[in-house]
Design a binder for this molecule. Structure first.
Ligand SMILES: C[S@@+](CC[C@H](N)C(=O)[O-])C[C@H]1O[C@@H](n2cnc3c(N)ncnc32)[C@H](O)[C@@H]1O
Length: 327
């Protein structure tokens, strides 16, 4: 339905003062309450307003917002010809456009987002799954596609549940146990699991992975066949460079990886030493220059417990994904 335009989350642009344009709401106030307005008329001025606020992919953004207001599927809205808003819809349209001008992420505005073959609900404080994560998940799915025996997977920091749920959707032999520090994300992941009818193979715990407290008590002694994680990996020094959508609207706990970006990843390595079966694999999505650093850390600090297998590039040729094996 809605698909993330990669540029939107990656491209940083400075916000410029907003131009004041007469709104269609003002135009219709003189009309009767039943008055309808053509969508094409309501759209007037918004492309310029969005652009001046640094929003890219204007047509896509406006189409998503119009579809949301009309409660229509994005792909059923081929043209605006003959499509009209009533007064309430017009007000909602303008409110949502204003929110987008303030750089609220489109995913939060429309309330749901497609991730691979599934549609997930979004929530204002929960991390929005990224397109690179789709690549990462595809890689994991392709590796395990030919395994026919049941596999027990652990995910650390599941956010909306995107990674686990896409894998469960594709591979019926996998069960996933997830931990997540945010209460809102834990609730959303569970809601998404039920919405996708995957609740029988998914369990999520509201738990903050910490040193010597990697998993909740209920999972003491549990060993998993594989571990996945897309931990917070933004280095502290990179924060000023993030786009407004990320800086203003994403939860810092979902992004902050400490000085070298690997603060949570190290906890996941420690967790794997205890909870991964020998020969089991751990897959992590990390930042740009992380895989060589991870290789060094694993070689020097986890020798005899974990083995670095490989780093992999994303579609932009950035070395971002790592594969590690439990010895
Ligand atoms: C980058 S987001 C990834 C979310 C999801 N896996 C995805 O790809 O969309 C990292 C997630 O890890 C969670 N998190 C951060 N620190 C954590 C910790 N110590 N224990 C458990 N979850 C944590 C955050 O709340 C956030 O939801």
């Amino acid at each position: 339905m809605y698909k993330l335009m990669t540029q939107q989350l990656r491209h940083f642009s400075r916000t410029t003062p907003r131009q004041i344009t007469p709104t269609a709401a003002a135009w219709t106030t003189k009309q009767s309450s039943e008055q309808k307005i053509y969508v094409s008329k309501a759209l007037e001025g918004w492309d310029e307003k969005l652009r001046s606020n640094g929003v890219g992919d204007i047509d896509f953004n406006l189409k998503c917002i119009v579809a949301k207001v009309l409660q229509r599927k994005f792909n059923t809205l081929k043209t605006y010809h003959d499509v009209q808003f009533n007064q309430d819809q017009l007000q909602e349209f303008e409110r949502l456009c204003e929110a987008r001008c303030a750089r609220m992420p489109l995913q939060h505005i429309v309330g749901e987002w497609d991730f691979m073959d599934i549609t997930l609900k979004t929530s204002p404080t929960v991390f929005i799954p990224r397109p690179e994560t789709e690549e990462f998940v595809s890689k994991v799915i392709n590796i395990y596609r030919n395994y026919k025996e049941p596999l027990d997977m652990l995910e650390v920091g599941c956010g909306s549940g995107a990674m686990s749920l896409a894998i469960l959707h594709a591979l019926p032999n996998i069960k996933s146990t997830a931990v997540e520090r945010s209460k809102a994300a834990t609730a959303l992941a569970w809601e998404n699991a039920k919405m996708l009818n995957l609740q029988d193979r998914f369990v999520v715990y509201n738990h903050t992975t910490a040193e010597n407290d990697y998993l909740p008590k209920e999972l003491e002694g549990r060993k998993f066949d594989l571990i996945i994680s897309n931990p917070p990996y933004v280095k502290s020094e990179e924060f000023p460079l993030l786009q407004p959508e990320v800086k203003l609207y994403e939860n810092l706990n979902a992004l902050d990886g400490g000085p070298d970006g690997l603060r949570i990843a190290r906890l996941v390595f420690d967790c794997a030493c205890i909870h991964l079966k020998p020969g089991g694999k751990m897959w992590l999505e990390l930042g740009n220059d992380h895989p060589p650093l991870v290789q060094t850390i694993i070689d020097l600090q986890y020798e005899g417990r974990l083995r670095f297998i490989s780093g992999y590039e994303d579609q932009y040729k950035r070395n971002r994904f790592v594969e590690i094996e439990k010895v």
